[in-house]
Design a binder for this molecule. Structure first.
Ligand SMILES: *Cc1c(COP(=O)(O)O)cnc(C)c1O
Length: 390
């Protein structure tokens, strides 16, 4: 049995140690952390729904109707009319024949890859894909080939090299640490040519992008085709918890039979599914939220450009500022914190070595004045911290 302490200590010295902070307020843009008030730019609650009064009421109503625990897996007695209704509404909203709820996005990705792929098969993934898609490939036992970020020639070469066996291309529709989008239409063309599945992980697009917030998949691929698979999460823009996979009837039936992260786990509380139905209605009716969010994104980018900050190529609420070294990113995060501003400090291995960054996320709950506060704080800290690091 090895001593765990030296490795922890080494991690700390490399500025890679991760620590939790404890919220004593609801999730929102004004949060209280360890007794101190902050304006937060680091949640994935893009529409500000996580603490929405209508969602709170729906959850309470759901608990009164269905109790708290589901008590069993979906295939035993855990599947309630609330789950069923939500699946039908998600299928209709995304224009897919069927949808299937999973407990988390992480489990959904693992479930799809392990149900469809095995030894002798090949998963092809963008280098910047979310960890859950990389882990999904590993769990499936298939070979994993990675292509250069958003590079379609590189994707083509990997597909051509995949050989016999099933092929599945998996991609973040919106890259979680970069905020840019994958060219889904071009990817679908290549997947068709190589008879490959295309799994689109729309964790950050669903609820935010496209008409009525239907997401990147619907926006770029419409109804999709028999080789396309949509995965989206419910714990980000929808403000609740969980995830779903949508696609053909045969795909969903296969997942129900074969996805181990579906079969061997307790169903999420039915009250949560009940609340998510309300979240879906708020998303559908949320054009004003998305319009405000887009105004804030433009406002932030214009302001940051005027300050000469190194913006990344993102049109989404994820607006990272590349810093470089982990220690510098930590120092910049701490300096902003002193000004009452919280941002995500993202270090390796979540991002490549030397590409540590601030992950700034905007929410429809922010006011333009709060974005100005962020810009003022960046103006006060950015150059000073970067200069000191040279
Ligand atoms: C957050 C996220 C997931 C995981 O979803 P959870 O429901 O939080 O487990 C999967 N893929 C991407 C791209 C994500 O950002």
């Amino acid at each position: 049995m090895r001593d765990l302490v030296p490795a922890l200590e080494q991690r700390r010295q490399q500025h890679l140690y991760r620590q939790r902070q404890t919220l004593d307020s609801p999730q929102g843009v004004e949060i209280c952390v360890d007794g101190e008030a902050f304006v937060s730019f680091c949640s994935n609650d893009y529409l500000g729904l996580a603490s929405h009064p209508e969602l709170v009421s729906a959850l309470v109503e759901g608990a009164q109707r269905f109790g708290v625990g589901s008590g069993a897996a979906h295939l035993i007695t855990g599947h309630s009319v609330a789950h069923q209704a939500l699946e039908e509404e998600l299928a209709e909203f995304t224009g897919q024949p069927r949808a299937l709820l999973f407990s988390t996005g992480y489990m959904a990705n693992l479930g799809v890859a392990s149900a469809l792929m095995g030894r002798g098969d090949t998963l092809v993934e963008d280098r910047l894909n979310h960890a859950s898609l990389i882990d999904a490939a590993q769990l499936s036992g298939a070979r994993l080939l990675r292509y250069r970020h958003n590079d379609m020639d590189s994707l083509q070469r990997r597909l051509a090299a995949a050989g016999q066996g099933e092929k599945l291309v998996a991609v973040d529709a919106v890259f979680s640490m970069d905020g840019d989008s994958a060219p889904l239409t071009a990817m679908q063309k290549h997947c068709r040519e190589h008879a490959a599945w295309l799994l689109v992980d729309d964790a950050h697009g669903f609820g935010v992008l496209g008409e009525q917030g239907r997401g990147s998949f619907v926006d770029q691929l419409g109804q999709g085709a028999d080789n396309t698979i949509l995965m989206a999460t419910l714990g980000k823009a929808l403000g609740t918890f969980g995830a779903f996979v949508a696609g053909s009837d045969a795909l969903v039936e296969t997942l129900i039979q074969q996805a181990r992260t579906y079969v061997y786990t307790t169903a999420t509380p039915p009250a949560l599914a009940w609340a998510t139905r309300t979240a879906l209605r708020l998303v559908r009716e949320g054009d004003h939220l998305r319009a405000h969010l887009n105004d804030l994104i433009r406002h932030f980018r214009t302001g940051a450009e005027q300050l000469g900050l190194p913006l990344m190529d993102s049109a989404t609420p994820i607006q990272p500022l590349l810093v470089g070294e982990a220690a510098t990113a930590l120092r910049l995060g701490a300096a902003l914190r002193q000004q009452g501003i919280l941002v995500g400090v993202i270090r390796p291995p979540t991002v490549p070595e030397g590409a540590a960054r601030l992950r700034i996320t905007l929410s429809a709950q922010h006011s333009p004045e709060q974005v100005d506060r962020l810009l003022d704080a960046l103006d006060a800290c950015y150059r000073e911290v970067m200069h000191a690091a040279l």
